[in-house]
Design a protein around this ligand. Sequence first.
Ligand code: ATP
Ligand code: LTN
Length: 338
Amino acid sequence: MQGNNPQEKKKVIFSAIQPSGTITLGNYLGALKNWVAMQDEYDCIFALADLHAITVRQEPAALRRNTLEAYALLMACGIDVNKSIFYIQSHVAAHAQLAWVLECCTQFGELSRMTQFKDKSQKHADNINAGLFTYPTLMAADILLYQADLVPIGADQKQHLELTRTIAERFNGLYSPTLTVPDPYIPKTGARIMSLQDPARKMSKSDENVNAWIGLLDKPDDVVRKFKRAVTDSDARIVYNPESKTGVNNLITIYSAVTGTPVEEFVAQMEGKGYGELKSVVADAVVETLRPIQTRYAQLIGDKAYLAQCYNTAAEQAARIARRTLTKVMKKTGFVMP
Ligand code: ATP
Ligand code: LTN
């Protein structure tokens, strides 16, 4: 627990998001909202995981644009470069370097069990590259380089974090205590926002069906239209039942996560009302949440020089910390140091 003593070292937080498309409401509620809230209490380090993004084919111009847009958008969501280190992963060479050493401490069988690998290799059957397979080891390197204590993530990343812990413990056991073993930090509400078109799958920014997700930059009319089309069921009663009514649960979860209203309270408010009204109430709440983010984004994206100044400074700060861990790991592994 954090004490009141200012001398006491703050816990270190690390998390990252891929600039692989439009950032969605799922990303915001599952991860980003937490990142913003944690900045005062912890030493936070956040990255745009562009190295991870190329595990799926990216068009170069789109990757470049998406990375810059995501940088501005996260700042618009409240990531404050004066409080946190917020950088672009490929700017810090130590990620790829540590990932190699850690790959040699990771078993083929462990990587084969990762559900994200199974899902993505099914989805991209024409490009099952080695990076897609070793992706979780790069993620472990991201986290372990900064000796992070806590990693705020959505529920879909839990398995990767467990593997990160295993890798850290293995390295420490083989060589001597070197890497901090991190804990996941998963929000209670919003940890898993589902697709609006197929509520059995998570809302994902790389889903080609634009009606499946809400982008943080979606215009109010689009938000309303997408919620109107959201898949529900034929029961027409607003109840929260994680077992059967997944589409309706998802709408309730979204409302609860954006407004902070407990699920039971919202269900009671909606008693006797139909799905049409549920969808419009949820859509309005989401529009109001996105409005201030979109206003700030419009200002930031217009100032490319300021953005560059922010990510360049952050990369230097991150590289300094990362280099310390990398050097320790290299020495302990037995490499002759230059
Ligand atoms: P992609 O579709 O490219 O795999 P993604 O939308 O899954 O991307 P990531 O960059 O992989 O997004 O994830 C960024 C963060 O957002 C992670 O912490 C992840 O757990 C969280 N997250 C992603 N999707 C959801 C979701 N549907 N609900 C809650 N959290 C999510
Ligand atoms: N793999 C994550 C993104 C990610 C990440 C990380 C999250 C890359 N490196 C380090 C937390 C910590 C994803 O796909 N959501």
